[in-house]
Design a protein around this ligand. Structure first.
Ligand code: ZN
Ligand code: ZN
Length: 383
C-alpha cells in the first residue's frame, strides 16, 4: 500500500492496487432468475410448477356462475410461438417429436434433444414444418434495438387457454357436464425482461435484467411490504382550527387496497381507498351492504321513548343511569324527592318502589336528539 502526502496533515491511502480476492458474482442473477421462475417461459404446461404466473392464474380460476357454468383455466402461453411460415404454432408444436426407429411420436422435452423416451435410441427428432422446414420458435415482432429506437416496450402477448363448462343438474343435485368449449384467448401484452437467450436447451429471458418500457431501460427494485394489520395514529402535522389533532386509522391487508379512516373539521368520518378521494363512511358501509336504517345501531346505543297522546315517556331502567331527573319528569307529589338528582342504582330501586315506571319527557329534552327510526303517525301516515 502506498501512502502519499497531500499536505502536512492529510494522509491518503490508495486501495486501488489490492488484487481481487473474490470474483464478482452475477449481480443481476437475482432479478433474472426471479423473473424466469415467474413466467416459466419455455416449459410445457405439464412441466410447470405451481408458482408465479401459473399460481396467480390458478388462484383466480375457476370462475363460477350460479352452478350453471364455470370458466376453467387450462394453460397459458407467453410469446408468439410459431414456425417461419406460421403453419405450426404453440409450445406443444415446439416439443412434438417423432422417432424414426420405433415410429412412435409424442409431445415432451427430449433428453439431449434426440433420445426417444419410448425406445431410448438417439433417433427422435422434433417436428419441423413441412412447408418451411423450420422448427417452432419464439417470434419477436421487433428486436430489442428496434424497440429502443422506436420508443416501444419489449413485450410479449400472453394467451390463456380456458374451458367454458356448462353444467346440468338433476333432482338429486348431482352435477353433470353438459358441454365444454375450449378456446385460446388473448389476455394482455406483458413487458418481459430483456433479452431472449438459450441456456441448457431452454429459452430464457432476462440476461440483461432490465425491462424496456417505452424505449427506456427500467429495473425493478425490491421493496419491503408494510406488514398487514390495523394501525391507529395521531396525525402529527395537521391540526384542525380548534388546535385538536386528527386521529387516523389504517387497515393494511396482506394484499389489496389500503383503507384509511379519518375525520374532517366537522367531525364527519371519511374513508379513503388507496389514498385516493375520500368518501363518507356511510357511503362506504352502504357499498358493503349495510342497510341505511341499520347503520346507526351499529355505532350507538338507544334510549327507548314511548309516545302517548302527544307526550313522550321513558321506561325506568338501567339506561337512565347518569341522567338528571327534572321536576317535570315525575308526578307532582314525588317531585320534591327526586327532582335535580342524578340517577344511580339506588335511586332506580327507590323509583321502582314508589311505583314510578315511566318518566314523562318535556319536548326540550328531546330537542337535538336523533331518532334511529322514522317516526310514523299511524293514523295519517305522516312522518
Ligand atoms: Zn412453417
Ligand atoms: Zn423410439
Amino acid at each position: 500500500m502506498s501512502h502519499f502526502r497531500m499536505d502536512k496533515k492529510t494522509v491518503r491511502k490508495l486501495f486501488g492496487k489490492i488484487k481481487g480476492v473474490v470474483p464478482v458474482p452475477n449481480l443481476i442473477e437475482i432479478q433474472s432468475s426471479s423473473f424466469n421462475d415467474f413466467i416459466q417461459f419455455d416449459y410445457l404446461p405439464e412441466e410447470r410448477q405451481l408458482a408465479g404466473l401459473e399460481k396467480a392464474l390458478r388462484n383466480v380460476f375457476p370462475i363460477e356462475y350460479e352452478d350453471k357454468m364455470s370458466l376453467e383455466y387450462v394453460s397459458y402461453e407467453l410469446g408468439n410461438q410459431a414456425c417461419t411460415c406460421g403453419k405450426l404454432n404453440g409450445i406443444e408444436d415446439r416439443y412434438r417429436w417423432h422417432c424414426s426407429s420405433c415410429k412412435k411420436s409424442g409431445c415432451s422435452r427430449l433428453e439431449q434433444d434426440v433420445t426417444c423416451p419410448k425406445c431410448t435410441k438417439n433417433t427422435a427428432r422434433y417436428h419441423a414444418c413441412a412447408n418451411c422446414l423450420s422448427r417452432v420458435t419464439v417470434k419477436l415482432p421487433m428486436s430489442l434495438d428496434e424497440c429502443r429506437s422506436s420508443g416501444q416496450s419489449f413485450s410479449m402477448p400472453l394467451k390463456i387457454k380456458v374451458q367454458l363448462i356448462t353444467w346440468a343438474k338433476d333432482e338429486a343435485e348431482n352435477k353433470t357436464i353438459r358441454d365444454v368449449k375450449e378456446q385460446d384467448i388473448f389476455f394482455a401484452d406483458i413487458p418481459v425482461m430483456v433479452d431472449l437467450y438459450e441456456e441448457k436447451g431452454r429459452l430464457q429471458l432476462g440476461n440483461l435484467g432490465t425491462f424496456l418500457i417505452n424505449g427506456v431501460d427500467r429495473v425493478i427494485v425490491s421493496q419491503l411490504h408494510r406488514s398487514p394489520g390495523v394501525v391507529f395514529s395521531q396525525s402529527k402535522k395537521v391540526k384542525d382550527f380548534r388546535g385538536q389533532a386528527y386521529y387516523l386509522a389504517r387497515i393494511i391487508p396482506m394484499r389489496g387496497s389500503w383503507l384509511d379512516f379519518e375525520f374532517d373539521s366537522n367531525d364527519s368520518l371519511y374513508v379513503r381507498i388507496d389514498k385516493k378521494k375520500k368518501l363518507l363512511i356511510t357511503t362506504f358501509l352502504q357499498a358493503l351492504g349495510v342497510a341505511r336504517d341499520q347503520m346507526l345501531s351499529l355505532f350507538y346505543d338507544f334510549d327507548i321513548v314511548h309516545v302517548d297522546k302527544g307526550t313522550f315517556f321513558r321506561p325506568v331502567d338501567d339506561t337512565l343511569l347518569g341522567e338528571r331527573i327534572e321536576k317535570s319528569m315525575v308526578p307532582e307529589k314525588e317531585a320534591k324527592t327526586y327532582a335535580g338528582k342524578r340517577v344511580t342504582k339506588e335511586l332506580l330501586a327507590r323509583l321502582g318502589k314508589s311505583g314510578i315506571k315511566t318518566l314523562s319527557l318535556s319536548t326540550g329534552y328531546l330537542l337535538n336528539k336523533v331518532i334511529a327510526q322514522d317516526l310514523v303517525d299511524e293514523q295519517t301516515g305522516e312522518v
